[in-house]
Design a protein around this ligand. Structure first.
Ligand SMILES: Nc1nc2c(c(=O)[nH]1)N[C@H]1C(S)=C(S)[C@@H](COP(=O)(O)O)O[C@H]1N2
Ligand SMILES: [Mo]
Length: 322
């Protein structure tokens, strides 16, 4: 399994203990699945909703260059305060309502302007790449923020392998459509499935990450299992979850929040304290977990990633291309 690939320098003892813990994990999953299939509620359901128990430990190396030094939020904050409208619109809904979602097996369709297209298993897509941990800031358009230790692979590495053609100017992403497992998809709060997109140079920027884990473990369902996008200089809604399609396109693709409220949410969605949302200021943010008095701190241009990404937008009017 790709998540257990042996790295140079691993000792045999570490590998052996990993095999043991993987077997334990698989058994636990199998038990829980059996309990669910048998209609066991009570303790079975309680165990199933325990996202930390269901998550598998990952093998990764830490990328310090692309990590913030700010202290990460707690696992409880990161997995308990979410936006994932497929499971409901309250921050506690994704953790509460995603227990029946099945993130494995998983495959992703690669389509559009690329030499290599088709349907690939998640293992296939990730196999050639080593996992990295990157501690990124997440700034939600709703003016709150968190610091999250993601585990994933650079998006550029994954995309290059499919050899995008010269017509590939954008990359479009699509979330899975499973109303039977995603109760929020039974309501028209957004158009389903959720879709997002990046300009190709944004997608190829080294900060863009395809995340498969958080805090060293596979992603809990509420965080977008098994595969989600992370672009830390953009508002959180660009970070599309549970991706089943990646399409290279010539034209700018439609995006869910822009379809829903075009005046409020643009295609670029770069974090910008100088361009307010039509209904509220973006100048400051509330850091989740900062404590009772939860003071608001200034929002930084491109969420603090100005050095890495400002050149992508040189000469563009960022009030027009919001
Ligand atoms: N498919 C899908 N992806 C989504 C969303 C969603 O509702 N559906 N919400 C977005 C928003 S608004 C934010 S802030 C982030 C939150 O990611 P997190 O819950 O892992 O912190 O996910 C983004 N990705
Ligand atoms: Mo968000």
């Amino acid at each position: 399994m790709w998540i257990r690939r042996r790295q140079p320098g691993d000792s045999a003892a570490i590998v052996a203990s990993e095999i043991t813990s993987e077997a334990t994990y698989l058994n636990r999953r199998a038990l829980l699945q059996a309990a669910l299939a048998a209609g066991v509620t009570g303790i079975g359901a309680a165990m199933w909703s325990d996202s930390e128990a269901a998550a598998a430990a990952l093998k990764f190396t830490r990328n310090a260059r692309f990590s913030t030094n700010e202290p990460p939020n707690s696992y409880e904050d990161i997995t308990g305060y979410n936006n994932f409208y497929e499971f409901g619109t309250d921050k506690s809904d994704p953790a509460a309502n995603s227990g029946r979602f099945k993130p494995e097996p998983w495959s992703v369709t690669i389509a559009g302007e690329a030499e290599q297209t088709g349907k690939f298993s998640l293992e296939d897509i990730l196999k050639p790449h080593a996992l990295e941990e990157r501690v990124y800031r997440l700034r939600c358009v709703e003016a709150w923020s968190m610091v999250i230790p993601w585990v994933g692979v650079p998006l550029a590495d994954v995309l290059q392998r499919f050899k995008p053609t010269s017509k590939a100017r954008y990359v479009a992403f699509k979330t899975v459509l499973r109303p039977e497992e995603m109760p929020g998809q039974r309501y028209n709060v957004l158009e389903w499935p959720y879709v997002e997109g990046l300009r190709i140079d944004e997608a190829m920027n080294p900060l863009s990450l395809l995340a498969v884990g958080v805090y060293g473990k596979s992603l809990p369902n509420q965080n977008g299992a098994p595969l989600r996008l992370v672009t830390p200089w953009k508002y959180g809604f660009k970070g599309i979850k549970s991706i089943v399609e990646i399409r290279f396109t010539e034209k700018q693709p439609p995006t869910s929040w822009n379809i829903s409220a075009p005046r409020e949410y643009g295609f670029f969605a770069n974090v910008n304290p100088n361009v307010d949302h039509p209904r509220w200021s973006q100048a400051r943010e509330r850091h989740i977990g900062a404590g009772l008095f939860n003071s608001r701190v200034p929002t930084r241009m491109f969420n603090g990633y100005e050095q890495e990404v400002a050149s992508l937008y040189r000469g563009m009017d960022l009030a027009k291309y919001y």
